[in-house]
Ligand binder design. Structure first.
Ligand SMILES: O=C(O)CCC(=O)C(=O)O
Ligand SMILES: [Fe+2]
Length: 298
C-alpha cells in the first residue's frame, strides 16, 4: 500500500484518453502501479475518472451523520458464547454493547500466527495512514510500526483465513480489504484514531470511492506482548491485552450510515518486547466493485 498517491493533471488526462480509446480500466491501474502509484489509489483514481467523480473532490453519495445519536442496531457479530466457523470454534470472552466491541479467543492457531509473521517478516514497510486533506498515504509520527499486506486469495492459506474471518465478522469476504500485518518494536504505538474515514475530511472521499465506508474491524494478535501494546478505547476506558491467536472486534457504521465515535482506539506503546497484529477492515460494499466485474481483482 505504498507509492504515489496524488494525481497530476497529466495523469488525469492520460486516464481519460485511454478510457476513451477503450482500454480496460484494470490495464490502466496496472500501468499506474508500474509507474509507482499506490495500487489502492490507482484504482480509486481510474474509477473516479470513469464515473466523472474526480477522486479528491468526489462527493460521497450519502452524507453520513457523525457522532451523537448513533443508533445501535443488532450487532453483525454472531450471538452466543462460541462462534462456529467452517474450520474453527472461536470463543467470545467479552462483549461491550455501546460501542459494539468483543474480545475473541482462538481466532487463529499458534501455527497460523507464526506462519503470518514468517510470511510478513521480509516484506515490511513503514506504516502509512491516510492524510486527512489529500487522501494520500503518508508515513506519520502517530503510527510507529511497519506493515505489509496480503491481497484476498493471495494463496490457499490466506484464503482460508479470510473465509474464517468473514464468518466471524459475519460480513462477505469480498467486502474486506486484504489482511494487513503490522509489527511494532519496543516503543512502537498507534495513537488513538478511528478506523472509519471521517466524512468531514476531504481525503476520506478518495478512500471511499471503492467499497464505501469501513464498517467493522478485527485486530488479531499474533504474539503475546511482554509489556504494554494493549489496544485502548479511551472513550470507554477499555484496554485489551494482546494474546496470541486472540482478537478484538468492533463495529462503527450502521445501516443508516451513522458512525460511532466511541470506537476511538489505538495501540498503546509497547514498553517491553514487540507486538505483531493482523487487521481486517470490512467495507459497506464489495471492495473493488466500482470497476466492472471483468476487471475487478480484489
Ligand atoms: O495495535 C493495535 O492494537 C491497534 C491497531 C489498529 O488500531 C489498526 O490497525 O487499525
Ligand atoms: Fe485502528
Amino acid at each position: 500500500m505504498n507509492g504515489i498517491t496524488n494525481l497530476s493533471p497529466e495523469w488525469r488526462n492520460w486516464i481519460r484518453e485511454n478510457l476513451a480509446r477503450g482500454c480496460a480500466p484494470q490495464s490502466l491501474v496496472d500501468d499506474m502501479v508500474r509507474n509507482r502509484f499506490d495500487p489502492v489509489f490507482a484504482r480509486a483514481a481510474v474509477n473516479g475518472v470513469m464515473t466523472n467523480n474526480e477522486p479528491v473532490a468526489a462527493p460521497f453519495e450519502v452524507k453520513p451523520k457523525v457522532g451523537t445519536g448513533y443508533v445501535y442496531e443488532m450487532p453483525r457479530l454472531p450471538a452466543g458464547n462460541i462462534i462456529r466457523t467452517s474450520d474453527r470454534d472461536v470463543r467470545v470472552v467479552t462483549r461491550v454493547n455501546r460501542p459494539m466491541i468483543a474480545v475473541l479467543e482462538g481466532v487463529l492457531s499458534d501455527e497460523e500466527c507464526d506462519q503470518l509473521i514468517r510470511l510478513s517478516a521480509d516484506k515490511m514497510h513503514r506504516s502509512t495512514t491516510v492524510d486527512p486533506i489529500s487522501g494520500k498515504h503518508e508515513v506519520i509520527a502517530d503510527r510507529s510500526s511497519e506493515g505489509t499486506f496480503f491481497a484476498l486469495n493471495a494463496d490457499p492459506f490466506i484464503t482460508r483465513l479470510d473465509r474464517r474471518i468473514g464468518e466471524v465478522m459475519h460480513w462477505p469476504v469480498d467486502h474486506g480489504e486484504g489482511l494487513q500485518v503490522l509489527h511494532y518494536g519496543t516503543g512502537g504505538e498507534y495513537k488513538p484514531h478511528f478506523d472509519y474515514f471521517p466524512p468531514e475530511e476531504p481525503g476520506s472521499h478518495v478512500q471511499m470511492t471503492i467499497g464505501g465506508q469501513r464498517v467493522s474491524t478485527l485486530v488479531m494478535y499474533l504474539n503475546d506482548v511482554e509489556e504494554g501494546g494493549t489496544t485502548i478505547f479511551p472513550e470507554i476506558g477499555l484496554e485489551v491485552v494482546p494474546k496470541k491467536g486472540s482478537a478484538v472486534y468492533f463495529e462503527y457504521t450502521n445501516s443508516q450510515n451513522q458512525l460511532d465515535r466511541l470506537t476511538l482506539h489505538g495501540g498503546s506503546p509497547v514498553t517491553r518486547g514487540e507486538k505483531w497484529i493482523v487487521t481486517k477492515w470490512m467495507r459497506q460494499r464489495r471492495y473493488g466493485e466500482a470497476l466492472s466485474p471483468a476487471t475487478a481483482t480484489s
